[in-house]
Design a protein around this ligand. Structure first.
Ligand code: MG
Length: 324
């Protein structure tokens, strides 16, 4: 996959995330056994939300909000926080003008922002996946920056809603993985690079968090790459951030196409839209926009808006990383 252009990876990553969210939304809260009997194979209606095929949820909305803030104001926590408030209050960055599928942690944090709390103290001490699902634009925007800076910003942007070390470290790992993929590394190389870099950065700058990265720590299966050999019944897909990170990496690594990765990811059930979004970001960056099934992209609600925002972001990033 080393021959893909940066543009194809950026647009592929963002569209991949939105597609994964929309594909997984109808499987959210479903039990895996039930999905084994009737798997998701295409974009479907969500009976739970009563939304048409191609509807994307909070995962994509907060990602697009971050993208919009980065395009307009660069790396600025206040800009990102203001975009989150626009989403929450006025339904910006949504398919139908209204925020839905909101998580409790994100809601509590955004309400604090609305009350005037700064984004450096709005976050909640929770290890759920609501910051991991929306962190993708940070490593894309910063792919040409040193790994230490990427991780620091991933931590800061996570902490707008989620301050728990496992949420921060999951965002840090995912960001290093995206950076390595953007650099054209293979899956295994990228995973090994992310592990090595995160351990070094945490040792130097956040030694208090190191215990979580040890082989017997919560993120041990990811850091050691042991997760790649896990059987399906050893993979959980709940809203616990470690489960979401593990499930996404596992489905991405176990398959050879965007389509297969996403079908495997969303049919794990439970928090399927977020596992789909996080896996879609990885697979979309890795395989590029053209590898995403056309019928899935064409079914997306507000497809033109999503594609044009992704294109504008690719242009912004390319200007940042290749000045003049
Ligand atoms: Mg969602």
């Amino acid at each position: 996959m080393g021959s893909l252009s940066i543009n194809e990876r950026i647009v592929g990553g963002l569209v991949g995330l939105v597609v994964g969210d929309a594909l997984g939304l109808p499987a959210q809260f479903e039990e895996r056994d039930k999905l084994k009997r009737r798997p998701i194979e295409r974009m479907e209606w969500s009976d739970f939300f009563e939304t048409p095929p191609g509807t994307w949820s909070d995962d994509s909305s907060l990602t697009l909000a971050t993208v919009d803030a980065l395009i307009k104001r660069g790396l600025d926590l206040n800009a990102i926080a203001e975009a989150f408030v626009e989403w929450f209050k006025h339904g910006e960055y949504t398919p139908f003008g209204k925020a839905f599928d909101l998580g409790m942690t994100v809601s509590s944090a955004v309400l604090k922002l609305i009350d005037g709390e700064p984004p450096t103290s709005s976050g909640m001490y929770r290890a759920s996946n609501g910051s991991l699902m929306r962190i993708l634009p940070i490593p894309i925007y910063m792919y040409c920056s040193p790994p230490e800076e990427v991780v620091e910003w991933a931590f800061k942007v996570s902490a707008i809603t989620h301050t728990h070390p496992l949420a921060l470290l999951s965002c840090g790992y995912y960001s290093l993985l995206i950076k390595a993929i953007m650099e054209g590394k293979s899956k295994e190389e990228a995973l090994k690079t992310a592990s090595k870099q995160l351990i070094n950065i945490v040792k130097t700058s956040h030694p208090d968090m190191l215990e979580h990265l040890k082989p017997d720590g919560e993120l041990g299966r990811v850091i050691t790459l042991e997760i790649l050999n896990a059987k399906e019944d050893e993979i959980q897909s709940s809203g616990y951030v470690v489960h979401t990170l593990e499930a996404s990496i596992w489905a991405f690594h176990k398959t050879n196409t965007f389509k297969d990765a996403l079908l495997l990811a969303v049919n794990l059930g439970d928090d399927a839209d977020t596992v789909g979004a996080v896996c879609g970001g990885l697979a979309g960056t890795y395989y590029g926009l053209k590898a995403i099934p056309k019928e899935w992209v064409n079914t997306l609600q507000r497809r033109k808006y999503v594609l044009s925002l992704a294109e504008a972001f690719a242009e912004t990033v390319s200007k940042r990383c290749n000045p003049d």
